[in-house]
Design a protein around this ligand. Sequence first.
Ligand SMILES: [Zn+2]
Length: 153
Amino acid sequence: MTLLERDKHAPAAWRGNLPVTSRYTYGIAGEKFFRALKDEGRIMGMVCPNCGLTYVPAAAFCERCLSELTEWVDVGLVGELHTFTILFVDYEGNPLDEPELVGFIKFGDGGIVHKLDADPDLLEIGMKMEAALKPKSKRTGSILDIEHFRPVK
Ligand SMILES: [Zn+2]
C-alpha cells in the first residue's frame, strides 16, 4: 500500500483503558543525594575527577567529559542566589492565591530550583541563601525535604 492509497482510509480509533504502571527511580546518584538529604540533612554533590566540575544535585556521569563520578562532596546548606522570579499562576495557569517566589540556588557548578522565603525587594543576585529543612521526622527523601531557601542572616 502506498502513502497515497493509505490516506484514502479513515483513521481507526479504539476506546478503552490501558493498564500502565511505572515507577520512577532516582538512579544511583540521586538515591544517595536524597538519602543524605533525608537522613543527614546534607546537600551532596559530586566532583568530576577529570575536569573538576561539581555537580549538584549529584549525577552519575560528567556531562562535559563523560567521566564516571564517584567523589562525593558535602556542599553545605548555603548556596548563592543565581536568579529568581515571582509566580502568579500555578503549573496549569490558574491564578495563585498568593504569589510564590522561586529561585535557582547555585551550589558548585549546578544548583537547585526551589521556593524562596524572602522579601523580593531585598533579594540580590549573588546573595547567600540557606536551605530550611523540614524536621527529620517529616522528611521523605524528596526535594521537598527542603521547605525553602531563605537569605542568610
Ligand atoms: Zn568532567
